[in-house]
Design a protein around this ligand. Structure first.
Ligand code: ADP
Ligand code: ZN
Length: 291
């Protein structure tokens, strides 16, 4: 079975072809521009496999409409990227590929699913995935089902306490000093004047960064008591960071709940940058097999 994956990110799209064993056969990446320009490249890529392609899994930046009964199911909704507001993503794919089955979820849910089927979440019931990159996003799975209510979770915008030595006011356009506003890559860059990847391991900003991620882990633990919390995204490429997060988390929890051992509980993705693609392939497989 040939399956398609689309990781639709705010800065780039990654399209891939894979099989039922979730092996990635071919992958391309291009910048996110307008819906017309970007979707033409998506359609051109998958058209090469048109005869064999059985289903496509999409993990999209959002917010997106995930309600099957809604008139705008499969749309990107109120995104700050104005060209993409109210864009009918699933409809565009179905139109281009003769009604092909499409699995539709958020980019972080897709990465969460990838880690659930083939990464740190295998064999576990409750998995939470955060990405700390250009923004902060989160997805959560309970027994293989995405946690959602009126919409998908938006835990990346939870409130956090300011670190005592942090004067940064936050840069979330909606809430200023929420988790994303304080801890996403652009917040680090704005504070220090350089990108995270250019800073040394002992730069004081990492203690500040770790304090926000530890608060995120603390809140997530108390709300969901999941089996594992996975932190991916560009900022987590700082390998020393997770160690700092575990230490601060442990101090904050202060023995109140007994979590799994922290080196198994607060982790980076096993699939690294493939979590989203593997998740989209798995979701495509599920939708084709009606799982
Ligand atoms: P996106 O969120 O757009 O999908 P990334 O997850 O790569 O992309 O996140 C990009 C952000 O992560 C940028 O703000 C960048 O500065 C930061 N970043 C990327 N690599 C690193 C690194 N090695 N260390 C710290 N920050 C990084
Ligand atoms: Zn916010």
């Amino acid at each position: 079975m040939v399956l398609g994956s689309i990781e639709a990110g705010g800065t780039k799209f990654v399209c891939a072809i894979g099989n039922t064993d979730l092996e990635i056969i071919e992958r391309v990446s291009f910048p996110t521009t307008t819906p017309d320009g970007t979707m033409k490249r998506v359609v051109d890529f998958f058209t090469q496999y048109k005869n064999e392609l059985e289903g496509i899994g999409v993990g999209s930046f959002g917010p997106i409409d995930i309600h099957h009964e809604s008139d705008t199911y499969g749309y990107i909704t109120s995104t700050p990227k104005s060209a993409w507001q109210n864009f009918d993503f699933v409809g565009t794919l179905k139109k281009a590929f003769n009604g092909i089955p499409v699995a539709w979820t958020t980019d972080v849910n897709a990465a969460c699913y990838g880690e659930f089927v083939a990464g740190r979440g295998t064999g576990l019931n409750s998995v939470v995935y955060y990405t700390i990159g250009t923004g902060v996003g989160a997805g959560a799975l309970q027994d293989g089902i995405f946690v959602e209510g009126f919409s998908h979770p938006e835990m990346g915008h939870m409130l956090v306490r300011h670190h005592p030595e942090d004067n940064f006011e936050g840069n979330c356009p909606f809430h200023h000093d929420c988790l994303e506003g304080m801890a996403a890559g652009p917040a680090i860059e704005k504070r220090v004047g350089r990108k995270g990847q250019e800073l040394s391991e002992d730069d004081p900003v990492w203690a500040i960064e770790a304090s926000y991620i530890a608060q995120c882990a603390y809140n997530t633990t108390l709300i969901l008591s999941p089996d594992v919390i996975i932190f991916g995204g560009g900022v987590m490429k700082q390998e020393h960071l997770m160690h700092k997060v575990r230490k601060l988390f442990s101090e904050m929890i202060n023995g109140y709940v007994e979590t799994p051992s922290l080196d198994q509980y607060l982790v980076t993705p096993k699939l690294e940058d493939n979590a989203g693609t593997v998740g989209c392939l798995a979701l495509a497989r599920d939708v084709v097999l009606h799982l």
